[in-house]
Design a protein around this ligand. Structure first.
Ligand code: NAP
Ligand code: HSE
Length: 439
């Protein structure tokens, strides 16, 4: 009889509760696939009295996740609490230091402490798996860490936040307000405990920083990411984008450039006929451009209890099947001690197309002045249109929409700053970068 893999789960919220149900309801199938039973022997959460609809009889309850990680009779510690600091951080360190394998879905923790935690795991010869931390159920960590070995990667990008994609989709399709869509995403268990992390782009940035390290072998640089969330995107932008043949998505993009690695998270206009533009709701998509393989595009559920628990379970199964003392794949794809310093490319040197929406006073010469500023900054235009459609602006104002050919961020910022200073703009100009996926 093979010994069961004894696991302790800290956090019994959306993901922890889904995981507990699956492990308990599929015990026989899991034992058969993993070659040994998987048994939950210890759990921890904040409120012991909460009715979670779970069968917790016979499972040891710990008031503190740290105590669970440090003392419980387990082989593997599963962290599903969240947050870069606090209880999750202390408990994961305690588990690794004790020589336990760890599985976590916590991207914030990895983004800020991933290199340190990987170092401890590698010193102790244990696994630290985190498939669920990026793009929910999509197996992108395994793809980058294992399947693409030998490829040189030039760009990784995608829709990595289910909450934002859900909001943008429902705003476009059903004309719902931003606030109502966010409330619904929270009700469905997609959003972070503090949803500002979703809508301000931080969650995507955390995930992107992890993918960047796996793809390019640099130290994680979560604070060195150009960041814009979706709170500034209006229904007018969504409609104007559609009129021009684009859709707006919150993308995370990491790419190699001559001046270093560019990492950016921002609302992005994507041609409507590309595959990524069709990705709707809570679904995520991650594209990887690699020299040997070509382009890999993975699409799948990006958030929610079951999707995330599925990825956590895959990590647990890998550990159940691993041999004690066996050679381990490095946690971050490259040994933690060999990660390169991060060489950041400044956003000013970003090259690409831009969508610019200006609301201006209805005055003679304004259109010509805008066109002149573009020319003076050597920005070539794909299109420039002036509209007085009521849905875009009140009748005393005009809307000017420009789409540029490839140019630099520096040139666009200079041109827009001068236009703003010229005194005919009403409100802030809207600038959205255009990204052209290969597929
Ligand atoms: P959640 O629903 O808010 O659940 C958090 C759990 O942690 C709750 O059970 C809570 O206890 C427990 N907890 C919080 N602070 C604690 C503390 N100090 N001591 C002990 N327990 C504590 O969060 P979630 O959505 O399941 O997310 C968990 C993790 O998965 C996060 O890192 C999140 O970023 C990540 N993730 C979530 C999703 C998703 O779709 N939800 C997807 C991918 C990754 P109580 O229940 O008693 O309050
Ligand atoms: N809040 C995150 C999202 C959960 O909406 O994508 C999945 O990481």
């Amino acid at each position: 009889m093979v010994d069961a893999l004894k696991i302790g789960i800290a956090g019994l919220g959306t993901v922890g509760a889904a995981l507990t149900r699956i492990v308990q309801n599929r015990a026989e199938e899991l034992a058969a696939t993993c070659g040994r039973p998987i048994q939950i022997t210890a759990v921890s959460a904040r409120d012991r009295q909460k009715d979670r609809g779970l069968k917790l009889g016979g499972i040891e309850w710990f008031e503190s996740p740290e105590e669970l990680a440090g003392k419980a009779d387990i082989d593997l510690f599963v962290e599903l609490i969240g947050g870069a600091e606090g209880a999750a951080n202390r408990a994961v360190r305690a588990a690794l230091s004790r020589g336990l394998h760890v599985v976590t879905a916590n991207k914030a923790l990895l983004a800020y402490h991933g290199v340190e935690l990987a170092t401890i795991a590698e010193e102790k010869g244990v696994l630290l798996n985190f498939e669920a931390a990026v793009a929910g159920g999509i197996p992108v960590i395994k793809a980058l860490r294992e399947s693409l070995t030998g490829n040189t990667i030039s760009r990784v990008y995608g829709i990595m936040n289910g909450t934002c994609n859900y909001i943008l989709t429902r705003m476009e399709k059903e004309n719902l307000s931003f606030a109502d869509c966010l409330k619904e995403a929270q009700r469905l268990g997609y959003a972070e405990a503090d949803p500002a992390f979703d809508i301000e782009g931080n969650d995507t940035a955390h995930k992107l920083s992890i993918l960047t390290t796996l793809a390019f072998g640099n130290k994680i640089a979560a604070d060195d990411i150009y960041l814009e969330g979706i709170t500034n995107i209006s229904i007018e932008d969504i409609r104007a984008a559609a009129d021009l043949g684009y859709r707006i998505k919150l993308l995370g993009v990491a790419q190699r450039t001559d001046s270093g690695i560019e990492q950016r998270v921002h609302p992005t206009m994507i041609p409507i006929d590309s595959v990524i533009a069709q990705v709707e709701g809570v679904t995520n998509a991650v594209a990887i451009e690699a020299d040997v393989l070509g382009e890999l595009l993975m699409v799948g559920p990006g958030a929610g209890g079951n999707a995330t628990a599925s990825a956590v379970l895959g990590d647990i199964a890998d550990i159940a099947k691993s041999q004690p003392g066996a050679q381990r794949v490095p946690v971050l794809g490259h040994p933690a001690a060999k990660l390169e310093p991060y060489r950041k490319a400044q956003i000013q040197s970003h090259e690409g197309g831009y969508f610019i929406r200006l609301t201006v006073l209805d005055r003679t010469g304004v259109f010509a002045s805008v066109a002149t500023q573009m020319a003076e900054n050597k920005i070539s235009l794909e299109s420039i249109v002036q509209r007085s459609k009521q849905h875009l602006s009140p009748s005393s104002h005009q809307t000017i929409i420009l789409v540029t050919h490839a140019t630099t961020e520096e040139a666009v910022r200079k041109a827009v700053a001068t236009i703003r200073d010229d005194g005919y703009c009403v409100g802030e100009p809207q600038v959205i970068r255009i990204e052209r996926p290969k597929a």
